[in-house]
Structures are given as C-alpha cells and as structure tokens.
Design a protein around this ligand. Sequence first.
Ligand SMILES: C[S@@+](CC[C@H](N)C(=O)[O-])C[C@H]1O[C@@H](n2cnc3c(N)ncnc32)[C@H](O)[C@@H]1O
Length: 230
Amino acid sequence: MATEQRDRTATGTSRSDGQYEAHLERSRTVWNRWSDYYGQSERDFEPIREAAIDRLTLEPVDRVLEVGCGPGVNFERIREEIGADGELVAVDYSPGMVANARERIEAHGWENVSVRQADATVVAFDKPFDAALASLSLSVMPDVRRAVENVYRSLVPGARLAVVDVRPAPSGPLRVLNPLIRRFFRWYANWNPDGDVAGSLEAVFDTCELADTHFAGTAYTALCAKRAAD
Ligand SMILES: C[S@@+](CC[C@H](N)C(=O)[O-])C[C@H]1O[C@@H](n2cnc3c(N)ncnc32)[C@H](O)[C@@H]1O
C-alpha cells in the first residue's frame, strides 16, 4: 500500500441498486444465522484482532467507531484501552448480531459502549471519531468503496483505522485453491466478489500500510490514517 495522498473524490466501482439491496438483505440472513454459532471464529481470530486494536494506540478518552462489530468480540479489548471516559460506538446490520452485542454490553455493565443496527455504508453520526476498527467486516459489505468512504467521513483529522480482513491467497501454492476459497467466503460470509478492500483503503485514506499477514496471506491487517489538520 502506498503512502502518497489519493484522490478521494472518485466513487470507484459501485454496484447497481438491485445488487446492493440483494447483497445487504442476504447479509442480514447469513449473519443472523451465524449469530448463534460465532464462538469458533471469535477464538480463531482473537490474537489477530487484538493486535490490530493495539496498533490503534488508543487513549483513555478516545471515541472509537467499530463497523460490522458482530456479537461484540472486540468490545472488551477496546474498552480496556479507552476506559470509562472514552466511548465506543459500534454498528452492525444483523439484528441477531446486534442483540448478542447488546447482551455482552449489559453483562459487563459498560455504560460508554453502544451498538446501532444500521448499514455501515450510509450510517451517519453526530460527532466524529478519533479511531476506527473494521475486523472481518469490510469485505462482506455490499459496496466496499462506499463503506470505506463513510468511515473516512466519520473520522476526525489525524484519526486511524485498523482493518483485519480476508482475501484469496495472494501468492504461493495455495493460489490453486483460490476458486474454492472464493466460493467458501461467499457461502460462509456473503463475501462481496466485486469488493476491493485494500484498493479502496489506498484510494480513500491519506496513508495506508499493510501491517501484517496471517494464515499464508489469506488474512491481513492494514493500518490507515486520515491526514491531520493543517
Ligand atoms: C465476519 S463478521 C465480523 C464480526 C466481528 N467484527 C469480528 O471481528 O469477528 C461480519 C459482520 O459484518 C456485519 N455486516 C455485514 N454487512 C454490513 C453492513 N452493510 N453494515 C454493517 N454491518 C454489516 C455482519 O452482520 C457481521 O456481523
């Protein structure tokens, strides 16, 4: 990923309204189904998600946005960093996931953590955020480029975004399995075949770096930043 400033005025590849709506509604069905069986995925990715949160170097008063929070698997770690004085606002489209995330919040008694059931591509907030996290969520959104643009718009100047996501094997012998990997992602996660997470991050954010890769390159962590105010 390059670090030079990019043109953020282009909207990039957009899907038709029909494709967008169909993808979004399938997401609701798929993720409602998985909301009851998310434990394995929560455990498998825990160290990767936690390392991504560490890269945000959060401060105790930060206001943090999480897009596609699922059942709230990242809340505890983020809450440890921001303490009782910061704020975490999370968004997820699946009512089942949102219900589970809210249960987690109640169980811990976190008063400064909240979840909204909304499409992260278009949701708007009354105040901008100091940092954002998208773990395993951008690549399942119906229009990845617009979702990234919406995160960028929701941040204060100088804010950072950490992204964990999956992709087909970029190199090596595993590439031969890529058609199967793609089909699996689409079936399991309603993965967006037209989405380009890394390309969208590079195009929209002012700086972006590939911070780490995992599972033979089929998962990665990226760290992006919005330019600080002049
Ligand atoms: C693989 S889960 C990731 C959950 C969690 N962030 C994690 O790291 O395990 C993807 C989540 O993205 C949510 N999602 C999909 N499309 C969305 C959209 N347009 N807006 C908000 N959330 C969305 C799904 O409901 C699901 O909970």
